[in-house]
Design a protein around this ligand. Structure first.
Ligand code: SUG
Length: 421
């Protein structure tokens, strides 16, 4: 039996989750800078989302938070967490690895000429606080996807070329286990905010993943979307199976992109949300497109796992109700509360990395079950700080608490090998 299916790996929200305003071009991050965060509540919200998706009959996995503060990174900058300047210290403490959509780019086995699933860890080089995530992420990918007959885990693209992983990558296919067309979305610099994904990175990944040219497409994210705060493509578009769900203003050369896509993948079903129904600003504020678009088991169609913020936006919710009342592929709306992550610009789709593979070929320590999620929640309840304000990051007591919390989680998940020293 072919057991290749989509597995959503969510980043467990780490004990150092805080609002330091580190991401220029990410409006939520900038506007919540300095606010009090609630790491325990944040992690529990993330776990509740995973439980919700398990209950829908989906396969769920998770990744561990990274070791923070990142002493190796501080050391390479000639400092440490006691002496670093506040913005460097904040960057070393960031829990940003929770947004697993930025962990790596994935090309499933059916797409690759060597019939293996390829994963390239993202260099995240544009934002200092994210640029030091990749070694910790790579260590986990190498364990989780260590079976070399099924997986090839690649080092990051060299840092001159920005790569933010699956957040700028879409795969269209008839079903998850059949060959797909992969779309690499990139930005061009020149606007008010950085374009984090470079075309050179997408091209490099398409080559190292051994994809055929006729199964690959490159398209530019629209400058106006980046300028309006869509710092990743997954803030304005999402794909699943044969469906592309995108805002009218998501792509710089939309008509040309759609024509190329239809030519390479004639089965595509494009659902474009018109700006006169949902403005770009409403789309970005509500994170409508940062939904997980998932295929429900048993021919039940597709569902959108949306942030509750989408339900609170009148224009967005009216559009969505109209959408599911129609005869289209999207049949169900499931709002989930991930407000703690949303306040840093990370919706339901940011929190997960999709890997299409046979779950039995993955290290089982990374695969979720209701019991394991309960066990993780108990560790979070016991060890995660209740709240943090960025000014507290200078306190040794907090540093010790964050380290103890992560170590307890690693131990409980049988992953103490990821602990420091
Ligand atoms: O890279 N926020 C993240 C949000 C990432 C969302 N991911 C996807 N769209 N896939 C970012 O901007 C904020 C950190 C801070 O300000 O403390 C932050 O890194």
């Amino acid at each position: 039996m072919n057991r290749i299916q989509e597995i959503n790996f969510d980043g467990i929200i780490g004990p150092s989750h805080n609002y330091a305003g580190l991401s220029l071009g990410n409006i939520a991050s900038s506007s919540n800078a300095g606010e009090m965060s609630y790491p325990r509540q944040a992690a529990l919200q993330g776990l509740a989302k995973m439980r919700h998706n398990l209950d829908l009959g989906l396969t769920q996995g998770f990744f561990m938070p990274l070791d923070r503060p990142n002493d190796d990174w501080l050391d390479s900058l000639g400092t440490d967490s006691d002496n670093a300047e506040p913005h460097i210290r904040a960057a070393s403490y960031s829990a940003s690895a929770m947004w697993a959509a930025n962990a790596a780019t994935i090309s499933p086995a059916p797409d690759s000429n060597d019939s293996r699933c390829h994963l390239t860890v993202a260099n995240l080089r544009t934002m200092p606080h994210r640029s030091h995530e990749w070694p910790g992420t790579l260590a986990q990918l190498q364990i989780a996807f260590g079976d070399k007959s099924c997986f090839a885990v690649h080092n990051p693209v060299p840092p001159a070329f920005g790569d933010e992983g699956a957040a700028n990558h879409m795969r269209l296919c008839v079903s998850h286990d059949s060959p797909g067309v992969e779309v690499f979305v990139y930005g061009e610099s020149g606007g008010p905010y950085p374009a984090r994904q470079h075309i050179e990175a997408g091209k490099a990944i398409s080559r190292t993943h051994d994809l055929s040219d006729d199964k690959v497409l490159f398209t530019q994210q629209s400058n106006e979307a980046i300028a309006a705060g869509a710092f990743h493509n997954d803030v304005v578009a999402v794909a699943n199976g044969p469906v592309l769900f995108a805002h009218e203003q998501a792509f710089e050369h939309r008509d040309q992109f759609y024509a190329e896509l239809e030519q390479k993948f004639p089965e595509v079903e494009i659902v474009t949300v018109p700006a006169d129904k949902v403005s770009l600003n409403d789309a970005i504020k509500s994170y409508l497109f940062n939904a997980q678009l998932v295929t429900l088991p048993g021919n039940a169609g597709m569902a959108l796992i949306l942030p509750t913020e989408a339900r609170e936006n009148l224009a967005v919710w009216s559009y969505l109700e109209e959408l599911i009342a129609g005869n289209g592929p999207i049949r169900k709306l499931c709002p989930v509360d991930v407000r703690q992550s949303m306040a840093n610009g990370g919706g339901p789709a940011c929190l997960r990395l999709r890997v299409v593979a046979d779950p039995e070929t993955v290290d089982q320590r990374f695969i979720a079950s209701p019991e394991k999620l309960d066990q993780i929640a108990a560790v979070v309840e016991q060890y995660w700080p209740e709240n943090i304000v960025p000014a507290q990051l200078a306190e040794t007591g907090l540093k010790d608490k964050i380290r103890t919390a992560r170590s307890a989680l690693l131990k409980s998940c049988g992953l103490a090998q990821l602990d420091r020293g």
